[in-house]
Design a protein. Structure first.
Lengths: 31, 166
């Protein structure tokens, strides 16, 4: 499997996905 | 005291942060592709010799100032944020951890390897290639982490936190 960080768009998409995951984790933890 | 800690501290944090992340984006969105194109016609020496070392200087020191100013802003709440001791500080705690990981990447992974790449430290071609890959991945990791970092930084204070996290 290709490393998504090798591509700029792969990096941006990985960043967006990570943001979404962390947002939901923090929102859930704050409830 | 609040004026220095929260007023000037936040101002410095944002200014240094803009320089840090701005240069990070310059490396990832501009310089990587520019060096690839320059390698094709052997014009990359100018970037490697004159641009990269200056950009790296401001990049790594801006990273350090950003982190220190962030720690100053957290002040007496530093441990509550870093160790998630109070739910109010969860968003900024995540932001602070992301910033800390990124600072580590800058000073421990990117900078020592970049010194070999630009010739500030002696290295064989094989070592340079290894350093190039490692510094590249650390830099790309920081670009990825900068997205949640900026999200949590901008969604951590007062009305912004309430709007985003309820």
């Amino acid at each position: 499997m290709k490393n998504p960080l090798d591509s700029l768009w792969g990096t941006v998409i990985a960043g967006l996905v990570l943001t979404l995951i962390l947002y939901n984790v923090v929102k859930f933890a704050m409830q | 005291m609040d004026f220095i800690q929260l007023g000037l501290g936040r101002w410095l944090h944002v200014m240094a942060g803009v320089m840090w992340i701005g240069l990070l984006y310059y490396f990832n969105f501009v310089q990587v592709d520019a060096l690839k194109a320059a390698a094709a016609d052997n014009t990359g020496a100018g970037i490697t010799k004159h641009v990269a070392p200056r950009a790296l200087f401001w990049f790594r020191w801006a990273a350090a100032v950003t982190w220190l100013a962030g720690a100053l802003i957290l002040g007496q709440h530093f441990f509550e944020a870093f160790f998630f001791l109070k739910s109010t500080y969860y968003p900024i705690g995540v932001g602070a951890w992301l910033g800390t990981i990124m600072l580590f990447n800058v000073w421990v992974l990117i900078w020592p390897n970049q010194k070999k790449i630009v010739g500030m430290v002696a290295a064989t071609d094989e070592e340079k290639n290894k350093s190039r890959r490692l510094a590249f991945l650390a830099s790309r990791t920081n670009t990825m982490l900068s997205m949640p970092l900026l999200f949590f930084m901008t969604a951590s204070g007062g009305v912004f936190r309430t709007a985003v996290f309820g």
